[in-house]
Design a binder for this molecule. Structure first.
Ligand SMILES: Nc1nc2c(ncn2[C@@H]2O[C@H](COP(=O)(O)OP(=O)(O)OP(=O)(O)O)[C@@H](O)[C@H]2O)c(=O)[nH]1
Ligand SMILES: [Mg+2]
Length: 259
């Protein structure tokens, strides 16, 4: 049988998820086994001992396929930035381990990434079935603020995408490797959409459903959502060359001398 040319690395950041982490991994492997090259669980100082134990047990259960690593940079954005460096494969999927990013939708994300050969396939909670928002148990104030944020960012970037802040998307690996990432907290989730947009990435948005977690808690206090505007403005007006990592310059060619 020919080898599968689609090889995804899935990033799962973990703080206080145990059952949700196990369930996420179970669904991912059941539904996408041949598309998964590696699952990278990223833990930090704030990761609870029970969650750490659950992650380590998964590593033992699936040696070679699941890895658990400790982040060097702080917070969620830092965990993701570290994972971007460690990841290998043809594609990278970012999601959460709290079941808010519905693992059953990964199959459709991967299918669309292959079908359209997109640089990014991202998901939206704002255009669910029949175009209606698909949130269950979302705080009403956050709901309103999220809508306003989405409209503002879409206007600023001239895009039709409807959920720029949601960190549930797959990238062709070269896109995560070539960009200069900066946000250490949750705004990295927005940055991962805005920088590729500025650099001309082909992006497809598909619907997903969002349901509030039942285990653990959010690590993003409401007021911090306003910090998303900082990266949005910074990224919008920067020259493109500042958004990418400079490749190591080739050594200057030796001048040939003839005696
Ligand atoms: N390794 C690591 N994981 C984190 C960190 N902060 C959050 N996470 C995980 O990242 C995922 C998303 O974080 P949440 O805090 O639930 O954030 P969110 O759901 O995107 O944001 P809200 O809707 O604003 O609550 C969860 O699985 C968290 O456990 C962190 O500092 N380090
Ligand atoms: Mg969450």
């Amino acid at each position: 049988m020919a080898a599968n040319p689609f090889q995804a690395c899935i990033i799962l950041p973990v703080v206080d998820e145990t059952e949700s982490l196990r369930e996420t991994v179970k669904i991912l492997l059941l539904e996408n086994c041949s598309d998964i090259h590696q699952i990278l669980i990223v833990m930090g100082k704030i990761t609870k001992p029970e969650a750490r134990a659950a992650a380590n047990a998964l590593v033992e259960q699936y040696p070679g396929l699941i890895q658990a690593k400790d982040q060097k940079k702080p917070f969620l954005g830092g965990a993701m930035q570290d994972a971007f460096e460690w990841a290998s494969g043809t594609h990278l999927l970012m999601m959460a381990s709290d079941l808010e990013t519905n693992p059953h939708d990964v199959k459709a994300i991967f299918a669309e990434a292959k079908r359209g050969n997109w640089d990014i396939v991202t998901t939206t909670r704002w255009r669910g079935e029949k175009g209606a928002p698909a949130f269950e148990g979302y705080n009403p104030v956050k709901f309103l603020a999220n809508w306003l944020f989405q409209k503002s960012f879409a206007l600023l970037y001239g895009t039709e995408l409807s959920d720029l802040t949601y960190g549930f998307r797959v990238f062709k690996m070269e896109w995560v490797k070539k960009i200069r990432w900066e946000e250490l907290r949750h705004p990295l989730l927005l940055e991962t959409m805005l920088k590729p947009l500025r650099l001309g990435a082909r992006v497809k948005e598909i619907p997903t459903t969002w349901k509030a977690r039942v285990e653990g808690e959010s690590h993003n206090p409401f007021w911090r959502n306003f910090l998303y505007f900082r990266i949005a403005f910074k990224t919008r007006f920067r020259p493109e060359r500042e958004l990418i990592l400079i490749p190591p310059t080739a050594a200057p060619a030796q001048k040939e001398t003839f005696a």
